[in-house]
Design a protein around this ligand. Structure first.
Ligand code: LRH
Ligand code: MN
Ligand code: MN
Length: 426
């Protein structure tokens, strides 16, 4: 943990610049009749979960280039998220991946969470790799497998994840399946779907009634001819079959290039089936780059749709589970997460500023240019001072990455954990 002095002292060095920028955006919003503090309060309330697997340097099959000082176990992962939360005040939970993050002592883990002002977000099952000495393989699928033995193993693993989650007060099971096929003819599409639906229903039945099951889709990878759950339509139909607490999870990177993700978001919210969100940035596919780094305008349009749905009393969608799902080879993982949360908050803030009455009016009257310009005007507005102010008001840093560097956090972590400590990750 950092001392509050370090954060406050560093904030002081940035204060003049910050006040200048904040005064400008406050004046601008004032002229539009928007209450600045109410926007700042909404930013403060917005919390994004950090996945345990994003705290280590990601990699590809060609290699990995870790910086050192990575968390070696669940406790150290919790400490890293605690640090992130301390710096930005907006990352108050951690998402776990089982079996990588099995708690050895649940009550000690709960204490550590409390000390870091954190909770557990979702538990994520892992049936995309065989564990050591696993009795039946997932090579040809898990919940969709043709053989009962492999399928049952995957079902039991998901139920075990729920049990671990219960111990730590989680209430969400996220299922992402690496099931699919590489060659035409390999898999019977309809049978694979039905076996998956049946397996998911069994897991759902074993979940407590106040739990949510999030079903994530992905068009390709690890399989390159077909995936059993390739798209939102498949996730949605599975949720419909399984029960009301099954919801679709949208991962930004899990779409083919040029997919209109904002429209998918709108559709799912309209159906009341959008349960969660995985933030990342991508150019080609599941690139897991920093959120907002490649297509910031599309990211804004997605948030615009989310906020529109969240503010519409006619939309009966449950509250969403927000999480970052990114991990790559290039940046310091903690810096990347801080940068991602910042981008998420700024984009959320922009979506809050959209004049929805004027937009609805322009849409109803088919004033295409006006509708578009209402969005573009906000998109080009720099709201970063609002995010910085929200962080400052909860005791966080005005510029979390700058404070992270100033406090030499990575150097200290390398000192404690070693130059070659490597976290489990994707
Ligand atoms: C694989 C993936 C997916 C899941 C995560 C556990 O694509 O990144 O998005 O959420 O692994
Ligand atoms: Mn994901
Ligand atoms: Mn992914």
């Amino acid at each position: 943990m950092l001392t509050t002095d370090i954060i406050e002292d560093h904030n002081k060095t940035l204060a003049t610049d910050h006040q200048f920028k904040l005064a400008y955006i406050s004046e601008l919003l004032d002229r539009k009749g928007i209450d600045v503090q109410s926007i700042i309060d909404k930013i403060k309330a917005f919390q994004v979960a950090i996945p345990s697997w994003a705290l280590g340097t990601g990699g590809t099959r060609f290699g990995r280039f870790p910086n050192g000082g990575e968390p070696r176990n669940l406790e150290e992962k919790i400490e890293d998220v605690g640090l992130i939360h301390q710096l930005n005040g907006s990352s108050n939970s951690i998402s776990l991946h089982i079996p990588w993050d099995i708690p050895s002592d649940a009550s000690a883990v709960k204490q550590l969470l409390k000390a870091n002002q954190l909770t557990i977000d979702s538990v994520n099952s892992n049936t995309f790799q065989d564990q050591k000495d696993q009795s039946f393989s997932y090579k040809f699928g898990s919940l969709c497998h043709t053989k009962d033995e492999s399928r049952n193993l995957a079902i039991e693993h998901n139920i075990a994840c729920v049990e671990y989650g219960k111990q730590l007060d989680s209430k969400v099971l996220t299922v992402w399946l690496a099931d699919g096929s590489n060659f035409p003819g390999q898999q019977h599409f309809r049978k694979a779907y039905q076996r998956t639906a049946d397996s998911l229903a069994t897991i759902y039945e074993a979940m407590p009634s106040d739990w949510t099951m999030l079903i994530e889709y992905k068009p390709y990878e690890p399989f390159f001819y077909s995936m059993v759950i390739p798209d939102w339509g498949t996730s949605y139909s599975l949720c419909q079959q399984i029960g009301k607490n099954a919801q679709v999870l949208v991962d930004l990177g899990h779409h083919l290039p040029n997919t209109n993700i904002e429209q998918i978001v709108g559709r799912l919210m309209h159906f009341g089936r959008l349960g969660g969100f995985h933030f990342n940035g991508s150019m080609y596919g599941d690139d897991d780059l920093t959120t907002g780094s490649i297509k910031p305008y599309q990211f804004f349009l997605i948030f615009n749709e989310l906020v529109d749905g969240m503010q519409d009393p006619n939309v009966k969608n449950p509250p969403l589970a927000w999480m970052i799902d990114a991990s790559h080879n290039t940046k310091d993982p903690i810096e990347d997460l801080l940068q991602s949360v910042n981008a998420i908050l700024a984009t959320y803030a922009k979506a809050l500023l959209v004049d929805r009455i004027a937009l609805a009016d322009a849409q109803e009257n088919n004033d295409v240019l006006k509708a578009e310009e209402l969005l573009r005007d906000i998109f080009f507005t720099d709201v970063r001072a609002l995010v910085a102010e929200a962080s400052r008001q909860v005791g966080g840093a005005l510029d979390p990455v700058a404070t992270f560097r100033h406090a030499k956090v990575r150097e200290n972590l390398i000192g404690q954990r070693g130059k070659f400590s490597v976290a489990t990750g994707l």
